[in-house]
Ligand binder design. Sequence first.
Ligand code: PLP
Length: 288
Amino acid sequence: MNELLQTFITTWLPHNVQAAMLRLDRLHPEIQGNKWFKLKYNLEAAQQAGKRAILTFGGAYSNHIAATAAACRMAHWPCLAVIRGERPPVLSHTLAKAEADGMELLFISREAYRDKQQTDWAALFPDHYIVPEGGHNDLGARGCEDILDLAHTTYTHLFCAVGTGTTLAGLVNAGRGEIIGISALKGALSLQHDVQALLKPGHAANWRILHDYHEGGYGKINANVIGFMNDFFRQTGIPLDGVYTGKMMLAVKKLAETGYFPAGSQLLCIHTGGLQGNLSLAPGVLCF
Ligand SMILES: *Cc1c(COP(=O)(O)O)cnc(C)c1O
């Protein structure tokens, strides 16, 4: 299984640098990527707490919503998701699939969503176990520590894409070497603190978040990103998503081109999945 999950992509990089990609996109057809790792200990905790259902939060294209709906269907958990914005006449493919998986959708206005911390959801839904938006909590980070159990090579640099920072925190807690998160958000400098809050004392890794590779902001998928994703696929056979992993690998390429990696560096890039999000792109823009 490990061999299937890890692909060498060295020929794609210039200079004297080796790179491999850990293909979490191939873990499971529906719950791919990092989202399963963020959910697994949360679902266990829900069971231990004697809860009867799951409650979570997300937007119309959220990979977390997609993964939670599929995971709950398979584990026979009823689940409710609070969704940002009014219910549209036609649901996004993500929400349509989530509903088909049995997830109940509760639409609230964007303003109410932004202020959702002010609502006491636990009091409103006492039978529900609450998984925060994006799976961002200690148990989410703990699950992401297990990602590195699947890696079977040494590395000097570890890369992952950053949304809430939960995955990065898990990797820092379990990893070594230089761990670099590429932020998918524009100017989200508070991520530094969010990740720090999930770190174990005494972790050995040297980590940083790079903020200059969002290509216009969260969810903005410009022609540059699309062109890169197509090139990357032609050269490696690996599909990337436009929101996270496409921008992460574009950042790796730019860093390599500017000589960031000393000769002999061994990169391990985590493919955190998210391919369902590509369904929201116009048909035909991607070659895969
Ligand atoms: C959610 C997601 C991320 C971000 O993970 P965080 O733990 O929130 O930082 C990265 N890549 C993909 C494909 C995702 O779906």
